[in-house]
Design a protein around this ligand. Structure first.
Ligand code: AMP
Length: 523
């Protein structure tokens, strides 16, 4: 097998790395940048744009510029997160046939896996241009807190991009691999990863090249985008008060506001105050209206204080789940672009009573770790072993709507567990296995990953048949479930396929469609 690339598929930006001569390096894109915006657009003349070219025209082509699909992938259309995104983003989000959110822009409707596949395809091309060779295999990172559906959809995206996805690994674990490379000390480290769209917290133990995740916690809908949103809301309210105009329904104005908010936020990581100027943002009977105001760092901090506090609650839970206390943590590593904000750095410093480690680049460390894992999987980088955990408990729905756990959260993967279940009625011929992921005792409050029926159970009084349900989670965190009637040996098994992922036929079609445009790398 050729070279394996590591891809950090981020909400805001993506990054690709490879191991060369035993050392992981980040591959710059054709513009020389080490990160590429996770943006996709179709221009008015029908051209598909990816990365910087897509981002650059976002304001003038707001309705046809797609970003932050990582916040939508693997979710249900009706979920609160998707509904919130619909208010936030200027591109169209519609319900797909599998209850999944799909993206509607000028030329057609795209699945989220397809858009992510387009971004991954771009990262593949960046690597091929640098290596002068075609690339077939990759390790792709996801937030540790992604559930099975989100992982499977990301793997589908990789396949649509023409990549053999050797493994999906968690972003904090990847960061730990990169951080730990070349260090032989036995250390316990905390990784606080606040990116554009997601937040992950992990506690890991490292010794002799073995990285063992002890616990993980997080929120897949909390990140820099929410900080931007708070600034946008603040600006909208100020503008409406001054001018009596609500800009919410103007997609170009909203995109300009979002852009300005993000820029102001980044400036405020360096300075105490900044100016926001958006001329000709609206017009009415009185002529053109301009938005012009100052934003101070302390104002921004007040706007987002509760979001930062929310991350600390996950930190607390993660430390508790790891069985350690704050004093046991040797080093704290902060990852993800949003962690550059001084308030975030301070919150982490105060919590752990130590300054975060400064030696890693928060934008690059995850891709570097993915490349190390990729190289290790094909026998390139020796002496690296990653032992990760499943972020959420797994189980099935049982009589009375209870959630019966088979695998607890923070169990090391791969893992396989079985349990016996039985019928609740006399002569019951079939059982429905509803596979759930989450922490709630009430089954329906958790994520339904999928369901299947085991039929043909021979007549017997209730409580007598023995149905063995086995759960398997592989190293990528992907779940398979089987149910077996012990008496007859009859079995039903599935790789859990939630309704909101692509069906096998849809996926094959997309892979084929994409491969029609394949170009072979010319050395
Ligand atoms: P990532 O997903 O790790 O690429 O992080 C992207 C997020 O980090 C975006 O929301 C950016 O606005 C945010 N970000 C990048 N640089 C800074 C900075 N200097 N200060 C605050 N936020 C930043």
């Amino acid at each position: 097998m050729g070279r394996v690339i590591g891809i950090d598929l981020g909400t805001s930006n993506s990054c690709v790395a490879v191991v060369e001569d035993g050392r992981p390096i980040v591959i710059p894109n054709s513009g020389g940048y080490k990160i590429t915006p996770s943006f996709f657009a179709v221009s008015p003349d029908g051209q598909q744009l990816v990365g910087y070219p897509a981002r650059r025209q976002a304001i003038t082509n707001a309705a046809n510029t797609v970003f932050a699909t990582k916040r939508l992938i693997g979710r249900r259309f009706g979920s609160a997160e998707v509904q919130r995104s619909m208010e936030l983003y200027s591109y169209g989000i519609v319900e797909g046939p599998n209850e999944d959110p799909r993206i509607e822009i000028v030329d057609r409707t795209y699945t989220c896996a397809e858009v992510s596949g387009i971004i991954l395809g771009e990262m593949k091309r960046i690597a091929e241009a640098y290596l002068g060779d075609s690339v077939e295999a990759a390790v792709i990172t996801v937030p540790a807190y992604f559930n099975d559906t989100q992982r499977q959809s990301t793997r589908d995206a990789g396949r649509i991009a023409g990549l053999d996805v050797l493994r999906i690994i968690n972003e904090p674990a990847a960061a730990a691999l990169a951080y730990g490379m070349g260090r032989d000390a036995e250390e316990k480290i905390a990784i606080y990863d606040l990116g554009g769209g997601t937040f992950d917290m992990s506690i890991l133990e490292m010794s002799d090249g073995v990285v063992e995740v002890l616990a993980t916690a997080g929120d897949t809908f909390l990140g820099g985008e929410d900080f931007d949103r708070r600034i946008v809301e603040h600006l909208l309210a100020g503008f409406e008060e001054e001018n009596g105009i609500d800009l919410r329904s103007d997609s170009t104005a909203m995109q300009r506001l979002k852009d300005a908010a993000e820029k102001a936020k980044c400036v405020l990581s360096l300075r105490d105050r900044t100016e926001i100027n958006l001329p000709f943002i609206a017009s009415d009977g009185g002529g053109a209206r301009h938005l012009s105001c100052e934003l101070r760092r302390d104002e921004l901090e007040a706007l987002v204080e509760d979001i930062v506090d929310e991350t600390l609650r996950s930190v607390e839970r993660c430390v508790r789940d790891s069985g350690l206390s704050n004093e046991d943590i040797d080093h704290v590593v902060v990852v993800g672009g949003q962690s550059r904000m001084p308030m975030v750095q301070q919150a982490v410093t105060d919590y752990f009573e130590q300054r975060p480690h400064k030696g890693v680049n928060p934008d690059e460390v995850v891709a570097l770790g993915a490349a190390i894992q990729g190289s290790a999987l094909v026998g390139g980088t020796q002496d690296v072993l990653l032992l990760d955990v499943t972020p959420l408990s797994l189980g099935i729905s049982t009589y009375g709507g209870h959630f019966t756990r088979l695998i607890d959260r923070n169990t090391t993967v791969p893992v396989n567990k079985s349990h016996l279940f039985t019928t609740t009625r006399d002569d019951q011929a079939a059982v429905k296995i509803r596979v759930l992921q989450g922490e709630n005792e009430v089954a329906l409050e958790n994520d339904l990953l999928g369901e299947f029926v085991l039929a043909g159970i021979p007549p017997a009084p209730k409580g007598e048949p023995e149905i063995e349900v086995s759960f398997d989670i592989d190293s990528s965190g992907i779940v398979s479930v089987s149910a077996r009637d012990v008496a007859t040996g009859m079995e039903q098994s599935i790789t859990v396929n939630s309704k909101s992922t692509l069906s096998a036929e849809e996926l094959e079609l997309l892979i084929e469609e994409n491969s029609l445009f394949d170009v072979e790398f010319k050395a």
